[in-house]
Each structure stands twice: as C-alpha cells, then as structure tokens.
Design a protein around this ligand. Sequence first.
Ligand code: MGD
Ligand code: MGD
Ligand code: MO
Length: 779
Amino acid sequence: MSDKRNIKTYDKPAGGWGALKSVTQSWLQSEKPLKNLRAMLKTNQDKGFDCPGCAWGESPESGLVKFCENGAKAVNWESSGRHADPAFFSNHSVSSLKKHTDYWLESQGRLTHPMRYNAKTDCYEPVSWDNAFALIAKHLNALNSPHQAEFYTSGRASNEAAYLYQLFVRAFGTNNFPDCSNMCHEASGQGMKPTIGVGKGTVTFNDFEKADTIFVIGQNPGTNHPRMLEPLRDAVRRGAQVICLNPLKERGLEKFQHPQHPIEMLTNGSTPTNTAYFRPALGGDMAVMRGVAKWLLTWEREATANNDTPVFDHDFINTHTNGMDDYLAVVDNTSWEHIETQSGLSKEDIRHAATMYKRGERVIMCWAMGITQHKHSVATVQEIVNVQLLRGNVGKPGAGLSPVRGHSNVQGDRTVGINEAPPKTLLDALESKFNFAVPRKRGHNTVQAIQAMERGEAKVFIGLGGNFAQATPDTPRTHAALEKCDLTVHIATKLNRSHLTTGKDALILPCLGRTEVDMQVNGQQGVTVEDTFSMVHISYGQLPPTSPELRSEPAIIAGIAKATLGNTPVDWDFLISDYDNIRELIADTIDGFKDFNTKLAQPGGFHLGNAASERKWLTSSGKAEFAVNSLPDSLLNADLVTQGENPDLILQTLRSHDQYNTTIYGMDDRYRNVFGARDVLFVNESDIEKLGFKDGDKVDITSMWNDGKIRQIKQFMLVAYDIPKGQAAAYYPETNPLVPLESYGDGTFTPTSKFIAIKLSKSETDGRIAVNTLSEGHI
Ligand SMILES: Nc1nc2c(c(=O)[nH]1)N[C@H]1C(S)=C(S)[C@@H](COP(=O)(O)OP(=O)(O)OC[C@H]3O[C@@H](n4cnc5c(=O)[nH]c(N)nc54)[C@H](O)[C@@H]3O)O[C@H]1N2
Ligand SMILES: Nc1nc2c(c(=O)[nH]1)N[C@H]1C(S)=C(S)[C@@H](COP(=O)(O)OP(=O)(O)OC[C@H]3O[C@@H](n4cnc5c(=O)[nH]c(N)nc54)[C@H](O)[C@@H]3O)O[C@H]1N2
Ligand SMILES: [Mo]
C-alpha cells in the first residue's frame, strides 16, 4: 500500500510567515511564553546570552534583533516548563523509557535532580551531589590506568567549563577527549593547518560585506545557520555572486525572505540568494575544485601566450606560497573524464563555476558537513584552499576560508584544550603553569573511544553534554560498547538515549543551560564562547534556574575534580567562586587570551586573531603550502570495488528543519515538504522506478561494508524527490545504525555520514508504523 501521508508541497520562501508561525509554536509549547520572550530579546545582545543554537557570529551593529527561527526553537527548548524529575523517573523504568522515541524523551522537559541508576529496580533514583561525585571518584581512582576513561565533550560547553574539564582530565592523566568535533569539522582543521598554518576560518563577519563572490559548499544555512542568509541576501542585492554547490536544492539557498522585513512578507516576495547552483555527486566536490583549478590553469596559459592579464595572483603566489608547480602537475595529470565522473558535473558546468570564481576579486568559500563527512574530506578541504591560493583569496579583506561551525562553542572548546591530539605548546604551557606531569600520549577520538569501550579497555565514560549514543555511528554496536562500561555519567539538560544506555553504574547530572542565571559565591557569573569567526564574547543567563538543585557545568566539573584529585593542581572551589578566576588561568595558558577579563568588557567581545588572515603562515616553511593530493580513484570502499559490488544508491544523512542534531523539535521538515514523519528516504523518481518500487513504498535499507556485518534499518517510506540520480538522503540520527564504525575520513576518523553505500528491499509488512515508535523500530 502506498502511503503518501503528509508529504505536501511547500512553495514559500525560507524565513517569512512560516518561520514566524513556527517560532510562535515553539514559544507556546515551552509553556513559559512570556518569560521566554524576555529571554529571546536578550539573545546575542550585549549583557544577554549567546544563542545556544549555531556558531554563526553576530553583526557588529547593535540594535538588530539577533535571533532566528531555529535559535528561538533552541531557546524555548532549553527553557521548557516541563520537568523530568524524581517522580518521573520513579514512574518509568529505564527499559520502559527505551521504548520511547528520542523526540519523546527530550519532550519530558528539563532534568531537575542528580540521579543514580539502580540496576535492581531498573530505575534512576535521586542521589546527592556529594554521593554522585564520590561514586565517580571511586570508579576513576579504581582504574589501572587513567587511559581507561573517556571524557566526551559536546560543543555547547562554555570556554570556562571546557577549560576546567581539560585541566581536570589532564591532571587525572589522559588526553582521551573524544568530542563532537571529531564527527563534525575535524577535516577543516586538519586540512587547513598544514596548508595555511591555522585550523580555523580566516574571515570575520565584516568580510561578508566586502566580498564580491561567496561560495556556499555542502551547507544548508536556511536550516542550520539561518542568520547567514541575511549577509548572503545582502550580497546578492549589492550585485555580488553567490554560488552554491549542493546536490539538493535547499530552500534557504533558493529563495529567501526575512521575517524581520515586513514589506517582503506582505508581498510574499523574495530575493534570490544564489546566482548559480551546481548539484554535484556526493563526495564530488574535490573533483569540482580540481576542475576549477584546471580551467584556471588553461586560462592562465592562454593569458601568458596572448600577453593578457594573468589569471593567477603571481605576487601573492611568489611572496606567500610554496609548492605550486607540484600542485599544477597533479592538476595537469587529472583527466577531465575522471573529474566529470567523480564530480557528477560536466566540463561545461565546471567552466561556468570557474568563470564566476575568476570574475571575483574577493572570494569567500564557506563549507560545512557536505564537505567534512567523507573519506577524502581533508583532501577536499585542501583543494578548496589550493583554488583560493591560486588567486590570492586568503588574507585580504572580503576574501578567505570559512568552515562554518556547528555547535555554538565547538570552536572555543578546541581552543581551550578539548583535543585528543593537543599541540605541544598547549601541554607545555599547562605543565609550566600547574606543575604536574601532563600526559603526552595522544588520546582517543570518538571512534577510538567506542572501539576501546567495545574491547572492554575503557571502563568509565563521562559526557559533558551531547548525546553520544545517538550522534555516533553503528548505533547497536555503540550502545553495546557503552553498556559494557563500569560507569557512565552524563552532564545534561534534558533526558536522551545516552542516559538510557547505562553502564553497570550510571549517573545523570543535571546542569544549568545557557539561558539560566548562574549564581556562585561571588555573585552572578557569565561564561564565554567563541563563534565561527573567532570572536569571543560573554554570555549571561537571564531566566531563573529550572530547579534549585541544578549546578553549573563548571561547578559540576569542579565537584568531580575535587572528589577525585583533592585540591590539586588547583583549588577547585576558588576557581568556581568567580569565573574570572578560571579566565585568569585561560589568559595565562592559552594563546590569544591575554588580558581576557579586561577585554571582555568590550561590547561584542574580542577577536582571537588569525595569523593566516594577516598573511602570516605558521607552517614549517613559513609560507602557505599548496597541497598535492590525487583525486581518489573511486569513492566507494575499495573492497566493494574489488568484489564488483554495486550499491543501489549512495546515501547522505542530514538534518531536518525541526531538529538540533539529536534533539528532535518536531516531525516536520517544512522546506522539504515532509510533515509528521522522519522515517523517509528521499530518492529520485527515476531511481525508484528503476529499482522496482513506487513512490510511497516502505523499504528496508541495508548498508554495504567489508566486514560481513548486516547493518539495516526498516520501514522507511520512499519519497520521490528532486535529488540527483544515484543519490538518496535521510535524516540523522535515525540512519546512524547504517554507518560502519570503521568507515571514517582519512586522518580525521570522522564517520562518513554523507557517503553510505546502500541497498534497498521491500519491507515485509507495509502498514504505517506509528511515528512514536520510530527509533526503536529501526535499531
Ligand atoms: N537548526 C539547527 N541548526 C544547526 C544544527 C541542527 O541540527 N539544527 N546543527 C549544528 C551543527 S553541530 C552543525 S555541524 C551544522 C551543520 O550544518 P550543515 O552542514 O548545513 O548540516 P547538514 O544537515 O548535515 O547539511 C549538509 C548539507 O550538505 C549537502 N551535502 C551533503 N553531501 C554533500 C556533498 O558531498 N557535497 C556537497 N556539495 N553537498 C553535500 C546536503 O544536501 C545538505 O544541504 O549546523 C549547526 N546548526
Ligand atoms: N549520521 C550522522 N551523524 C552525525 C552527524 C550527521 O550529519 N550525520 N553530525 C555530527 C555532528 S556535526 C555533530 S556536532 C554531532 C553532535 O553530537 P552531540 O553534540 O553529542 O549531540 P547533540 O544532539 O547536539 O546533544 C544534545 C544533548 O545535549 C544536551 N545539552 C543541551 N544543551 C546542553 C547544555 O547547555 N549543557 C549540557 N551539559 N548538555 C546540554 C541535552 O541533554 C541534549 O539531549 O553529531 C554527529 N553525528
Ligand atoms: Mo556539528
């Protein structure tokens, strides 16, 4: 039976009335509409709080309303009036909670009390903070080696919390810092560091106003960075070019109408934000960029022959770069046939993109998960860098590289030391300041942490925020790995599935959210975050805490540290009595934070500095390096190629408009015309037919890998969609059971969430499954 329920047309532009309606709904559902409205108006304002949504930076102009639809959802979600309190936990055993969807779990509201799992009753029961800390200390101190514990961080933790956490963990003795960045922009840092000397974006907000050309590659800002649409739209208005590379025609990039521009709303008009839209194959962007370089080289040679203006920026190349000739040799050696097959674009399409690129004098290239979650992501990032270097588009106003970060402080967390492979300079600085033997051994990233728990080597898991069990690949394996632990601890705001994948002992430690007032001995505290443009600013919570039992993240970390290590290497209580004390330590040990507390007084915060943006290259040669990488022969796993196995489709996993990573706000994806469902698989109509199915059929999806394991999710509805042939798309995290743990990026260990080879089969029973049993149905 074909079931086309609720898949209807949404032809309105991004933003606009739809966004306003959605914001209103999230307000009302929060059950605290008036209080939250007051908080909303403080979002991203001076003396207000930093939006717990994405990492996009602010316009330096004040007075603008600086929240967006999805920021409003994030705020309302955090400041929910509902409570998952001790009574809730005594009514629901862990086994019974596991039967609910991720959406239902978080909808139960804010966690209010520290809770300890009791295996006998299969329930979480209240525990005092002191007993919780003592239990953690007992487990940690019983380990044979500090490397048997894993300390996860999600990207919402403030600089102060993250710094205290890394200090505690390193004083305990390990660099085991798996973090969400390992699954996110790892490839951006690893691609840029050896080439331009810094692992962060080189542009600031103001550069967007000066650019004449902006590339948006593998990113869906309409949903994930809505405030980015505004500078894109402004750019188009002043005649700049915006060039999108995305296999899907994402609504926010196609049309855009801003809810704060009433005239546009009334006329339902919209300004197109893209001037060209290219739809490459999944993983095809390196080939696209190689093709762009090939055209530039062709034109450069023609220009030389005809004595025309050169295409390359020779002054820049001669003064600032190294290795161009070797790079141009691989460009020459890459065939157009190879480029066309792998990119999914024709030589002519790429000529179009290259022409637009060449026309720009100041070009910014932005990218996100469509670039970083592939096997060859580092090489792809480096190819973007190469193309930018050829025309001197790094380190001048209006030009540069912009990996647009995800979580609101994921970049800051790395800056202050959440890093399993820390630079020597950081470790040396810590060692000289604190006088303890800092661990030098490289720690575990996310994939290695799961493998260590699976092997039984890692026995304690502590999560500072996030939802490790759902965000990570190979879901059943990851769950089993977590459940093998002696102790799992989650510092969290809301209940999620990670809390239900319990070790023998398990704790949930509820913390204050970014929106809440944080009172310590010396009064109300602010915390700092770093946005995607390396701007650091302070954030003050506005709402009263959800429960008097809540503690701040720094206070919880200090509590764990003191119970485990005593008052070494620092006086933990003193540090949290006033977060200025923590910031003093950051100022002394982390680059760019000199006079931290003083600088925070500047409205809008301060910039951490970026050497590459000043054309200072912190590489071993002292110059920007062209990277010489060959285009992969095939993007498919080599063993599958050898065995001659052909997938039905290549799947990318992505976010709907109604979710924040594993937090599901609702079951709609307005811009993609899906309402009331997440168990859908977007496929090109002709592929549906070719594979012998009909639009609306239910299918089981199996991924292909080389280890003989069967990874399958069931009962997904086929949706005929405007997607290139051979591709499929479906929502994360439901699709994570399909991603093999060993399928990760070269050098990055980032799961290849945007390139999964799959086969489809008709589901046995074809009836509609209840939406609220979704997650369980698939695992
Ligand atoms: N509201 C909201 N905001 C968020 C988040 C959220 O979940 N909800 N998450 C936050 C986080 S942590 C992050 S990292 C960011 C994520 O921000 P995005 O990277 O925008 O997130 P995805 O939904 O994964 O979208 C990937 C985009 O890349 C395209 N794509 C996929 N594969 C390829 C490819 O091979 N090549 C090209 N050119 N394009 C490709 C997809 O079609 C899609 O448009 O957003 C942050 N902001
Ligand atoms: N298949 C697939 N998998 C992916 C991705 C993908 O595109 N496809 N994307 C990857 C990416 S880019 C990322 S960043 C990761 C995200 O991975 P995570 O960062 O681990 O996941 P989130 O869903 O952001 O975490 C949500 C939980 O954080 C807690 N939380 C919220 N606010 C706070 C707070 O202020 N403090 C604390 N302590 N806890 C809080 C809540 O309890 C909530 O349930 O997922 C990755 N996984
Ligand atoms: Mo992310």
